[in-house]
Ligand binder design. Structure first.
Ligand code: SF4
Ligand code: SF4
Length: 374
């Protein structure tokens, strides 16, 4: 019969940076938390995340006895700055659709378990950070992220993967607590541009840039366009400013060649003008929360970023994109972006759009003209 140690060795052999064990008891406190915060997390059920269902491991494996947590480091190689500026790191080398990287390594560990008579499931909706804390692998931060205690220099660039198994293993000592040093003056809370972080280790996910870049269905509210800054998809601000992440951010990491090779596909100008064919060939299935039916949203986000850049080189591109798009959420944001750049050419473009438009887009153009510098 295999031991905990055998499993740890197999996981490390497959590239995981840490392994922990916890029981398959339900995550009752997490369930209570979700019940108390239905307003903030109700959207997650509607997009299929099924958070509530994940609070009892026995719903996915009735014979569940233990949870094995495999810790993955998703930022172990350096990423092109041009991508880090606009995309959350965890989405840049994500194989959830292609299933050609991390998925294969998880499969290898599961095969090892199966060969040794252990059935396993990898439910996507188990509260994986809580499982990792229960397995003694690290602590939480006030930015609501999980920090490894034994790997990745104690940073939060980690992704716990939970394997629910039908064999009981001795659980590790839980570390379910906040691990922030007293001397940190809540840098993450102050830095969060949309005030999503509440300061007590809680977040309103609906205010988080990550949520708003890919799940929001309306044109981004005006008061959030500047705070959302330069991010097209995801956000890493509360991780970048965190002193617990400094040691990892100062490490000399090898280059991620796979991500570097595709950096050009995510050029902002190319994204602004992309059609469905370009999207399917160059972008999909990366960052799959925004599907081929969401090109309007990709372009709306890119237009916002161009506006926030203040770079007048984007004016002709935005002008052209206005004519290429008919979704008012995209054209409205293009108008806003031109107003924010505000050069004479941007003003001229806005004036030329005005007679052809009506409704909310016309209102956006009028507001943009009002803030143009000249
Ligand atoms: S990811 Fe960005 S928007 Fe979300 S909580 Fe962190 S800093 Fe705030
Ligand atoms: S920035 Fe400070 S308060 Fe926020 S998670 Fe990091 S250590 Fe904790």
């Amino acid at each position: 019969m295999i031991t905990r140690n055998d499993i740890v060795e197999e996981a490390l052999r497959n590239g995981f940076i840490d392994v922990g064990f916890t029981t398959a008891e339900p995550f009752d406190t997490h369930r209570e938390f979700l019940c108390e915060h239905r307003d903030e997390y109700g959207w997650a059920e509607t997009v299929g995340l099924a958070l509530m269902g994940g609070t009892d491991p026995r719903t996915v494996l009735p014979e569940a006895k233990s949870i094995i947590v495999l810790m993955e480091a998703y930022f172990r190689e350096s990423l092109p700055p041009s991508l880090e500026a606009h995309f959350g790191r965890c989405y840049l080398d994500d194989d959830r659709m292609t299933k050609d990287g991390l998925t294969l390594r998880v499969k290898a560990v599961r095969s090892f378990l199966r060969d040794n008579g252990i059935d396993s499931k990898v439910p996507f909706n188990i509260p994986h950070r809580m499982a990792a804390a229960r397995a003694g692998m690290g602590t939480f931060g006030k930015n609501c992220l999980f920090f490894s205690s034994r790997a990745a220099r104690g940073s939060s660039w980690v992704l716990p993967i939970t394997l629910v198994v039908d064999r009981a293993f001795e659980p590790d000592e839980p570390t379910v607590r906040m691990g922030c040093p007293d001397w940190c003056r809540n840098a993450c809370v102050s830095a969060c541009p949309t005030r999503a972080l509440r300061g007590n280790g809680a977040i309103d996910p609906r205010k988080c840039i990550s949520y708003m870049t890919y799940f929001g269905r309306e044109i981004t509210p005006r008061e959030l366009r500047e705070p959302m800054g330069m991010y097209v998809y995801g956000c890493d601000i509360c991780q970048n400013v965190c002193p617990r992440n400094r040691p990892w951010l100062s490490a000399n990491l090898p280059v991620n060649e796979r991500v570097t090779a595709k950096a050009g596909n995510f050029d902002l100008v190319a994204l602004l003008h992309m059609d469905r064919d370009y999207f399917l060939a160059k972008v999909w299935p990366h960052m799959f929360y925004m599907s081929p039916d969401d090109l309007w949203k990709w372009k709306m986000n890119v237009a916002r970023v161009m506006g926030n850049s203040g770079d007048e080189r984007y004016v002709p591109e935005l002008e052209r994109a206005f004519g290429e798009n008919d979704d008012p959420r995209t054209t409205g944001m293009i108008a806003w972006a031109l107003g924010r750049i505000g050069t004479p050419r941007a003003r001229k473009a806005l004036e030329s759009f005005l007679p052809k438009t009506e409704g909310p887009v016309r209102e956006e153009i009028s507001s943009a003209l009002a803030v143009c510098k000249s």
